[in-house]
Design a protein around this ligand. Sequence first.
Ligand code: GCO
Ligand code: MG
Length: 402
Amino acid sequence: MKITDAKVIVCCPGRNFVTLKITTDAGISGLGDATLNGREKAVATYLEAYCIPALIGKDPRNIEDIWHYFYKGVYWKRGAVTMSALSAIDMALWDIKAKALNTPLYNLLGGKSRERVLVYAHVTGKDLEQTLEDVSKKVEAGYLAVRVQSGIPGLGQIYGVPKGDKPYEPAQKGLPQEETWDTAKYLNFVPKMFAKIRAVFGDDLHLLHDVHHRCTPIEAARLAKELEPFHLFWLEDPVTAELQEGLRLVRQHSTTPIAIGEVFNSVYDYTTLITEQLIDFIRMPLSHGGGITHLQKVAAYAAFYHIQTGFHGATDLSPVNLAASLHFDLAINNFGIQEYMPHQEIVHAVFTPNYHYENGFLYVDDTPGIGVTFNEEKAKQYPYQTACLPVNRKTDGTMFYW
Ligand code: GCO
Ligand code: MG
């Protein structure tokens, strides 16, 4: 089999997505998600200018070799842009292989370890009252796990809280919008919020929370310690994990489980975190972390340290990535949980998904390959629109992490 063509399709059904389609002389094509929120064109250009010409003529069945061609073979390796491109290539090749063998992807990853994938939903409220209402709605919809974010008294627009009545979507048209931040106000509010949620909803509901990289290690240690009585499923990105050693301080003070890595793209972002058992869940998604080929190795490595997966699954990762993640989640032993932020209906007009939600779990069907159908004609109706993630300033104006 030979790769005869590959193309990048950038479309915006409600939000931007970058899709790679690889075609072969066997009449089989594969899809990969190359979306990097707010940096879509950088990945598309890298693929079009440097990767696609080198892919043509290669045998798509040699996934391991092609992976290393674009990793080891490239002098400027790692980084979100190049790894997102490599992830999309890898995903599309696995899609082709599974279709060629006429089997769903999970069969190539070891077969099913379970029939369904536990997911967590997003709860967002402008204030505590609305947040409690939203938890109720998610519980009624059957979710067994919810990630809770809320507006903070005294702060305006912040991460995780929607504007108006639309579902939360952080990327906004045009240049980055500015949000405000005050760590002291945040740290005072969050433990009170979880105390209330536990009091109202009891012990069984799994509760998660995303700090979104905003605490210093000692602040994160305080938060993790104060949240201990509420038994979180996980506390996500408590610090900006560029400083892996910072997690030692958090660990010394608390038994709250930690999830990290949605912005990582290589195993080398994690080595201290994994080998010193400073985290409990890895978040790096297939579409940014080198695809299935690299994540298989990272997940296996993590398993030896009693670390589970909890893949990033925000709406800025396309249904192709979510479907591929579900195959992966079904197959591996150390699966933990999958993030699930449903895409808007308009997205499903372009990407027909092969998964469905039922009572707290996602199910993927037995369509060969990854199983998502991409409607290129429909995609043309939704051209790219410039949109960026916000930036964040402290209340005194100091630039801060978003
Ligand atoms: C999450 C993430 C997202 C990111 C978004 C950025 O936990 O789902 O933190 O909300 O902010 O994916 O593109
Ligand atoms: Mg996150």
